[in-house]
Design a binder for this molecule. Structure first.
Ligand SMILES: *Cc1c(COP(=O)(O)O)cnc(C)c1O
Length: 360
C-alpha cells in the first residue's frame, strides 16, 4: 500500500520531500558514514544541524535577538509545569481556558501558586473563543496563559488577549508555523513539534531573555530551569538529536514553500474548501463558531454516532485516515496541517459528498 492522506491530530503528516531526504541520508549522513541517530551531539555535523535549524526558525518567524530558541524534551505537557516553576515569582498566574490543554496547564500550575481562570468557553463545550479584550487580569499576575489553537475543539485565537501589560505565554503546538506571528507580543511561545513540525520528542520554546533567570521556584530541577538550556544552547545534556534534524528539514521545506505568508495562504485555501462544504452540507456540520474556526483542526459531526463511526470506517477504506474525533468530543476531526496537500482536502470533501448522497 502507498501513502494515505493522514488527518491525524498528532503525531501527524510530514512533508513527503522531508521524509524522502531523511531516508536518503539514513545510512550515511553527508559522507560521515553514519546516521544522524548515531552521531555525537557534540560533533561538528550535529553542531551544524542544530545551528542551522535555529537560524532557519529565526528567519521564518522573524524572532528578535532578545529571544532564545530552546529545543527541549518532555513534550508540551512538561511545559505546563516548567512555565510556572520559572515564571511564578509572585506565585500568581491568569489562565484563559479554551480547551483540554489549557485546562490541564491551569491545573498543573495550581501546584505552584494561585491560578485565576479569567475566562473560559467550557459552558459551550469549548466551541468558541471568549472575548478577551477587557478581562479582569490580576494585578500581581506573573503571566497570562493561552492555548492559541485548540487542537481538540478546533478553535483559534484570531486576536491575542489584552493582557494589560502582563507577559503572554502561549501554547502553539497545533498552529506552529501555520501563519506569520509577531513574536514580540509574547513572553513565551512554545509547542510540541509533533503536530505541525516534526517527530514527537521535541518541544520548542521561544522565550524572551528577561524571563530566563536563576530566580526559579525552590526545588526546580536543573533540567526544568530555562537558564540551564539557554546557557548551554540546548546542549546541556543529549538533546532529541534526530528529531531536531527533522525539524530543521521541515524549516527548510517551509522556506522553500515561500515562508509563513505562503503557508497561511495555502492553509486558508485548504480550510476554505472544507468549511465551505460543511456550511452547505445537509448531513455534516462543523462544531465551531465560524469566526473562531481553526485553519488546522476541523471537527465536524453528522449528529448520529453510528453514522459517524460508519463514516470513519469507510473513509479509512478509501485511504483517508485518522478522521475519528477526540475521545472527549466524538464525531470527526480532520487535521489539515502544513504538510497536508490541498489534494488531500479535496479528496476528503469528494468522499464526504459521496457519503452524504448515499446516507441521506
Ligand atoms: C498535543 C498537544 C499538547 C500535548 O502535547 P504533548 O507533547 O503530548 O505533551 C499540548 N497542547 C496542545 C495544544 C496540543 O495540541
Amino acid at each position: 500500500m502507498g501513502r494515505v492522506y493522514n488527518f491525524s491530530a498528532g503525531p501527524a503528516v510530514l512533508p513527503e520531500e522531508v521524509l524522502k531526504e531523511a531516508a536518503d541520508e539514513m545510512l550515511d549522513y553527508r559522507g560521515t558514514g553514519m546516521s544522524v541517530m548515531e552521531m555525537s551531539h557534540r560533533s561538528k555535523p550535529f553542531e551544524q544541524i542544530i545551528t542551522e535549524a535555529e537560524q532557519d526558525l529565526r528567519d521564518l518567524m522573524n524572532i528578535p535577538d532578545n529571544y532564545k530558541v530552546l529545543f527541549l524534551q518532555g513534550g508540551a505537557s512538561q511545559q505546563f509545569a516548567m512555565i510556572p516553576m520559572n515564571l511564578m515569582k509572585n506565585r500568581v498566574a491568569d489562565y484563559i481556558v479554551t480547551g483540554q490543554w489549557a485546562k490541564k496547564a491551569a491545573k498543573e500550575a495550581e501546584k505552584y501558586g494561585k491560578v485565576n481562570r479569567i475566562a473560559s468557553s467550557e459552558d459551550q463545550t469549548f466551541s468558541y473563543i471568549p472575548d478577551c479584550s477587557d478581562l479582569p487580569v490580576s494585578e500581581d499576575a506573573d503571566y497570562v496563559y493561552i492555548c492559541e489553537n485548540n487542537t481538540i475543539y478546533g478553535t483559534k485565537f484570531k486576536e491575542l488577549p489584552n493582557t494589560k501589560g502582563k507577559t503572554l505565554v502561549a501554547d502553539v503546538s497545533s498552529c506552529f508555523l501555520s501563519e506569520p506571528v509577531d513574536v514580540t507580543k509574547y513572553g513565551i511561545i512554545y509547542g510540541g513539534v509533533q503536530k505541525n513540525i516534526g517527530p514527537a520528542g521535541v518541544v520548542i520554546v521561544i522565550i524572551r531573555e528577561d524571563l530566563i533567570t536563576e530566580d526559579v521556584l525552590p526545588g526546580t530541577p536543573t533540567m526544568l530551569a530555562y537558564k540551564t538550556h539557554a546557557d548551554a544552547k540546548s546542549l546541556y545534556n543529549t538533546p532529541p538529536a534526530y528529531g531536531i534534524y527533522i525539524c530543521g528539514k521541515v524549516f527548510k521545506w517551509i522556506k522553500s514553500q515561500g515562508g509563513l505568508e505562503a503557508m497561511k495562504e495555502k492553509n486558508e485555501k485548504k480550510a476554505k474548501v472544507l468549511y465551505d462544504f460543511l456550511d452547505q452540507s445537509r448531513l455534516f456540520k462543523g462544531t465551531v463558531v465560524p469566526k473562531d474556526r481553526s485553519l488546522m483542526n476541523v471537527p465536524f459531526v453528522t449528529g448520529d454516532a453510528d453514522l459517524d463511526a460508519k463514516f470513519v470506517k469507510e473513509a479509512k477504506e478509501a485511504g483517508l485516515e485518522n478522521l475519528k474525533g477526540h475521545r472527549t468530543v466524538g464525531g470527526m476531526r480532520a487535521s489539515i496541517y502544513n504538510a497536508m496537500p490541498a489534494e488531500g482536502v479535496v479528496a476528503l470533501v469528494d468522499f464526504m459528498k459521496r457519503f452524504e448522497e448515499e446516507n441521506l
